[in-house]
Design a protein around this ligand. Structure first.
Ligand SMILES: Nc1ncnc2c1ncn2[C@@H]1O[C@H](COP(=O)(O)OP(=O)(O)O)[C@@H](O)[C@H]1O
Ligand SMILES: O=C[C@H](O)COP(=O)(O)O
Length: 715
């Protein structure tokens, strides 16, 4: 949105220092994995010298009880034609609104799922066409070429330090961070000595898979065998599931792992975020720096965990978006709500809404006032940061830390001017003077025209942990281009070879095959996957309205992975499977490694549990889906009525368990998915949307519903 601006022309005073760090306000200013568990594996690096080699593992057998999932291909995503742009003028919008209202009314009367307006034209505002394969690996490779101190383990999309650690560093606890891509320079850009030891990346706005996480941990445990691995990630359902399972897999292999989950957002009052907790936002960058420096200073795994949790406890962030960002490879949404000067107060880092949509926007001073009021509120719903008067000014080694972060699309000029406004208001309206100020592009939401303000109350951290020395940890020098002040890396010769791909390792474990596959298996799988692929657009649309806009693509990746991995379509080799339990296990592996996101974790867990249930020949096969659902319930609080995938799965499983036919059961599942239209989300990203997504179906439930119907119709 080229005209989006934070400030009205002439409304701001002087600004224009791009990224700065002010200090002038201050008055003074484990256990190692067993050797047998660590099999050799190349870690590729694009560097000035030959490829670095790390030892890694563990092989499949060493991880009893864990999920073993090979990496999937990330196929290109063929999609609609690109030939125009979104309607922009008000008249077009008005016409569109009238059309949508009429369509909604007609649909409501017919009790049909909400159809979409005719396909909008593909955005032309991307360099890469929608058919282009994933951009994640090319992005990581570019990071290597511009940062010769880094290496890439391509199968797990893990960036790590190239240089084998010196003796002192080898004794340190490695810090692994990660999450979905699209937030660059976070997290891979912060891999540097004294900051992160490694970062693992998922697809755009989707968590890395559990297998990626467990392999990243294994790589670090092999390189830093002394004291365990600290894992840091943001509080999103997909991240929590995949990092949680990945950490469990690593623990099963004998690696000591502790996890810190960042949750600094203050946009949602406690009443609305009770089940999911607060979202993690740009505050995680401060936690990365503090933990990285503390690890270099020699803190133990347990001490780092306590420090990370405490820093998170006293960090608060509030965001604002002037428009949504657009994911490469998806159609523009016909329901984009941010028109003209509209802004979303409290916007998250994946387009999620927060506090409220402000029609017509507001001036920069008013915006800063509202954001700071939310950040510094001390009421029961939003009083996340407790400030004592003495905490608000620099003293000794403490004082507030301010981070004004560009979500990707605000000019440096405006960001810096806004930072100035924030500092003025903090001083005059809140008597708060930061000891450190960071302003720049630290964690983005693709190219969102938006920003966030983060405050860290270091005095409160020091009350809990007197020796923490948070400002010293923030100040300790690092050679990291993405962090303020780092410029000293040697340049890389232009003819250096690009990163070599490492090889995937684990082969699936052998399970009991379970009941024979139906003769129509291939046809059923094809119709199910094709149904899911054709539903991509509407699912993406609904996830844009009540989520982060990636659900359709996530399901499409899963469906294509099944077609390739099980039926040999596209570039796949296919697989001959001796029974239904093996097919379900293979499906779990393919879904887990291809999808990412919450839905990828939930469906992979479900299929893994289904595989075990089918392998149990003592109990009837038609109850296996219900038994698998009961097993899934150990991992998610979602139940019928929570507006999730479970709303489609549960009626399907129940109908089969009651002895109903496959088609009848699948229709019950689809009815369950339709029913989510009237539900308010209690879990997942739709929780953040006012109304909890009510009015559109839950995209995950929809994907499962259409898949089940496709599966039954192919029989
Ligand atoms: N806790 C949960 N348990 C089960 N399903 C969930 C949960 N949270 C969200 N979902 C489902 O996941 C779907 C979104 O999937 P996806 O787009 O992969 O998630 P993400 O928000 O992580 O990008 C939702 O439509 C909902 O059906
Ligand atoms: O960037 C996105 C997050 O790191 C992953 O969140 P998700 O998998 O829950 O969508």
């Amino acid at each position: 949105m080229p005209h989006a601006r934070l400030s009205r022309p002439g409304a701001l005073g002087e600004g224009g220092w791009g990224r700065w760090q002010a200090r002038g306000h201050s008055e003074s200013e484990a256990r190692p994995p067993p050797p047998s568990a660590l099999a050799p594996l190349d870690v590729s690096s694009a560097s000035c010298t030959p490829t670095a080699h790390l030892r890694r593992g563990p092989p499949a057998r060493a991880r009893a009880g864990a999920l073993h999932l090979p990496y999937g291909q990330h196929p290109s995503l063929p999609r609609r034609s690109a030939n125009g742009m979104q309607p922009r003028c008000l008249r077009d919008r008005a016409v569109a609104v009238v059309v949508v209202v009429v369509v909604v009314l007609v649909v409501e009367c017919c009790c049909l799922p909400l159809p979409l307006p005719s396909p909008p034209a593909m955005s032309t505002k991307h360099i890469y066409p929608p058919t282009h394969p994933s951009l994640v690996l090319p992005t990581l490779r570019a990071l290597l070429l511009t940062n010769p101190h880094l290496a890439l383990h391509a199968p797990s999309k893990t960036i790590l330090l190239r240089t084998p650690p010196a003796a002192a560093a080898a004794a340190a606890v490695p810090v692994l961070c990660g999450g979905g891509s699209g937030h660059e320079p976070f997290a891979a850009g912060y891999v540097a000595p004294g900051l992160l030891t490694a970062a693992v990346s998922g697809e755009v706005f989707a968590s890395p898979s559990a297998r990626q996480v467990s392999d990243a941990i294994a790589l670090l445990a092999a390189q830093y065998p002394a004291r365990g691995v600290l894992v840091l990630h943001n509080n999103y359902t997909g991240d929590c599931l995949h990092f949680g399972i990945g950490a469990e897999m690593a623990r099963a292999a004998g690696i000591d792992v502790q996890t810190v989950v960042q949750s600094d957002d203050v946009s949602l009052p406690r009443a609305r975020s009770a089940k999911v907790g607060r979202r993690g936002l740009a505050g995680i960058v401060l936690t990365c720096k503090i933990l990285g420096a503390a690890s270099s200073a020699g803190l133990s795994l347990a001490e780092l965990k306590t420090l990370g949790d405490t820093v998170n406890r006293y960090t608060a962030t509030i965001g604002t978006g002037l428009d949504h960002c657009h994911l490469p490879g998806t159609a523009p949404s016909a329901w984009e709500p941010l028109n003209g000067n509209d802004l979303e107060l409290g916007m998250g880092m994946h387009n999620e809404p927060g506090v409220r949509l402000v029609r017509g926007g507001m001036g920069s001073a008013e915006l800063a006032r509202e954001m700071l009021a939310l950040l510094l509120a001390d009421d029961a719903e939003r009083g996340f940061l407790r400030w004592e008067e003495a905490d608000k000014t620099p003293s000794g080694s403490g004082g507030p830390v301010l981070l004004v972060n560009n979500l990707g699309g605000i000019s440096n000029l405006e960001l810096s001017a806004f930072c100035s406004e924030v500092l003025d208001q903090l001083a005059h309206a809140h008597a708060l003077r930061p000891a450190r100020v960071y302003a720049g592009t630290y964690l983005t939401s693709l190219n969102s025209p938006g920003l966030s303000i983060t405050l860290l109350n270091t005095a409160a951290v020091h009350r809990a942990l007197p020796a923490a020395g948070v400002l010293d940890l923030l100040d300790s020098p690092v050679d990291c281009p993405a962090w303020a002040g780092a410029t000293t890396f040697p340049t890389c010769a232009p003819d250096d070879p690009p990163a070599r791909q490492g090889e995937p390792i684990d082969e699936p474990e052998l399970l009991a095959p379970g009941p024979a596959l139906p003769a129509t298996f291939a046809r059923q799988l094809r119709t199910a996957c094709e149904a899911v692929i054709s539903a991509e657009r509407e699912m993406t649309e609904w996830d844009t309205v009540a989520g982060d806009g990636d659900c359709g693509l996530t399901f499409e990746r899963g469906a294509r992975a099944l077609l390739e991995g099980l039926l040999g379509e596209g570039k796949g080799k296919g697989k001959v499977l001796a029974g239904s339990a093996l097919a379900a296990a293979e499906a779990a592996r393919l879904l887990e490694s291809s999808m990412g996101g919450t839905s990828g974790a939930i469906l992979a867990l479900y299929c893994t549990a289904l595989s075990s249930a089918l392998a149990d020949r003592e109990r009837p096969a038609h109850t296996a889906p219900q038994r698998a659902l009961d097993a899934l319930y150990q991992y998610t609080p979602a139940r019928p009525g929570s507006r999730t995938i479970v709303d489609a799965l549960a009626p399907f499983c129940a109908a089969l368990a009651e002895g109903k036919g496959l088609l009848e059961a699948a229709k019950a599942g689809m009815d369950g998915a339709r029913g989510t239209r009237a539900m308010r989300a209690r879990l997942g990203r739709a929780t953040y949307v006012a109304g909890g997504g009510e009015g559109v179906p839950d995209p995950g439930a929809w994907g499962v519903g259409v898949g089940l119907v496709g599966w039954a119709e192919g029989a």
